[in-house]
Write a protein that binds this ligand. Structure first.
Ligand code: B16
Ligand code: MG
Length: 217
């Protein structure tokens, strides 16, 4: 039984939230209402279906099932047009240093994301082969705060949940890690992520000594 690390994707490794925002806003605008950046905050870590449900509620709109599906597909196509332009430069500052440290010290790490686009994004930023396991929106049936995504990751990393450290930018993701009995590290605002065991504004603030201490625990 060994220590292992699990990384969320959007908001932790890359800032794809800005692309989700542009694509959701276009959908809202096309349907005749607006959609703010504050509202977008509430979609972090939330699945595609649930995101559209929330957006429609904000716009006081209802869609028939087939139209709901069609809008969701158009949003994703639009989102992927931004993803298509991504490269390694999109990896958030400080992330590579931590991944390199884990690799050099043979500490296994996985991706644990709600996104169904996680694999193509990892390929774009050239990290696909670096992870020991990838668990994403195509592998799970229950959304965060359900710990399913992280529990599958722990299983694939062949260790107990209690030995896993999770990096998350969303409240739902931090809750999922906590429910799964993992160590939760929030990336973002400490007021918002107050349920996390530790919070850092971003990866540049995480020192290697902090990672070493987690490994010793
Ligand atoms: P997709 P994460 C999440 O990724 C995003 O935070 C959330 O905004 C998005 O709706 C969700 O993935 C689904 O993404 O439409 O690409 O399947 O933060 O869990 O890596
Ligand atoms: Mg996230």
């Amino acid at each position: 039984n060994h220590k292992a690390f699990i990384f969320d994707l959007d908001g932790v490794i890359v800032d794809t939230a800005k692309f989700h925002f542009l694509a959701w806003r276009k959908l809202a605008n096309d349907l005749g209402f607006d959609f703010t950046e504050e509202q977008n905050e509430q979609l972090k870590g939330v699945s595609r279906v649930e995101s559209l449900k929330r957006i429609l509620k904000w716009g006081n709109m209802e869609l028939a099932d087939d139209e709901f599906e069609r809008q969701m597909a158009m949003k994703n196509e639009n989102y992927l047009s931004y993803v298509d332009k991504m490269d390694e430069k999109e990896i958030l500052p400080g992330v590579q240093k931590v991944l390199d440290y884990l690799t050099e010290n043979n500490v296994p790490f996985a991706l644990g994301s709600a996104s169904k686009n996680a694999r193509p994004i990892l390929k774009k930023i050239d990290l696909y082969d670096k992870f020991d396991a990838i668990v994403d929106g195509t592998d799970v049936s229950r959304a965060k705060p359900d710990p399913e995504v992280f529990l599958i990751a722990a299983d694939k990393l062949k260790t107990d949940p209690q030995n896993c450290v999770v990096f998350e930018d969303s409240v739902a993701g931090v809750q999922a890690a906590n429910i799964g009995k993992m160590t939760s590290i929030g990336i973002g605002d400490k007021e918002v992520l107050n349920e996390a065991d530790h919070v850092f504004p971003d990866f540049t603030e995480i020192k290697i000594e902090f990672i070493e201490n987690l490994l010793r625990k």
